[in-house]
Unconditional design. Sequence first.
Lengths: 228, 202
Amino acid sequence: MAVLLGVLFSGGKDSVFACYRAMEKNAVGCLISLFSENEDSYMFHTPNIGFASIQSEAMGIPLLSWPTRGEKEEELADLRSAILAAKEEFGLQGIVTGAIESVYQAVRVQRICRDLELWCFNPLWQVDQLEHLRLILAEGFQVLISGVFAYPFDASWLGAGLDEGKVQQLAELQKRYRISPAGEGGELETFVQDGPIFNKRIEIVRALKAYDSYRGRFMIQEARLVDK
Amino acid sequence: MILLVDLCYEKGSLSQYEFVHPIARALQSAGAAWKIEHYTEVEEQELESYSHAVLCGTALQDHAYMDRIDCFAWIKSFRGPLLGICAGMQVIGSVFGGKLVPFASIGLQKIEILRETSLLGKPGQIEVYHLHSLGVTLPEEFILLAGSLERPGAFKLIGGPVYGIIFHPDVRCRWILERFAGLQKEDKPLGSAASQNQSHYK
């Protein structure tokens, strides 16, 4: 039973890997991204979301972008509208998320899918986060760290590539400070430049870093697609 | 070796990552070995090699397993501890004569454990994660551990280590899976003993 799916897409490692899982045996009809005006959006990841379009182009999957003011609970209505619009435009049968442990997110998407009569898939649900990071690397994804938002991350993390060294550091931070290694608690954000489901690689041409008191962003200003 | 029965719509489905693999990981953390089989491929002659069996849950929209109840006839003769999670509970209930009923719930909820058992421990409140649109009524040979007769949250076969829980212990209360891995075989009751107990517990 191949299902036509829409992937809730932030451009970060988890939504990209969820898309990868979805594509194993199903077709992905579109990516669905919500663009939040609120930098501290409760549900929606914001750094570099504007470059989801280049990722969409790199992956060869259409992108449906939907605006949201990013205010808690109102975001849900926006998410429902986006999913409904995607269902109608692309004929989707199901939705995929990159949720790992967030019951808050999972419950809300499950309810929307139930109401809209869509299947709901969460292929990263309850994964061991360190194993998950290692699997992402092993499968060939190129991930850069685009945001840090917790103690004790310093500015050196911004723009750094995720590698085994960083995974080991995240493991230490998990032990000492209970940081969620996958960053689902909002501690860090990522941007995926390449992977097995990318037809082209994304090269960062220009970016700005802003960092203060354990919060920082690597903001892509210009990027281009290059042949692999 | 614990048999993990995949109840998802097809073998190797996208739902397997969400509903079967987390159970496997939890059991592995508890030191148990496991093997996943899709429910359409469970072979009766191989069941003796398993000490325990878990019937895993599946996606909210997935009810295909209920059209293949014939695939679960082995449940009644399985000698080891058996745990049905969500869809798995519905299957156990159906095989033992219960009826499917609408029972929708998504999210975290506190439930009351009514009786002490080896699986769920002493009576008291626990917070669990629900994701279901159906439930199953309490079959004749079972006692209620949580919820109501028409919509049990958990039940157990009288005198035997067969349990059904409507909630998902891989999300909250992972200790239930650890306890399950540690359960031993019990003798399953004959019909008359079950009937005598039923009126007392109900």
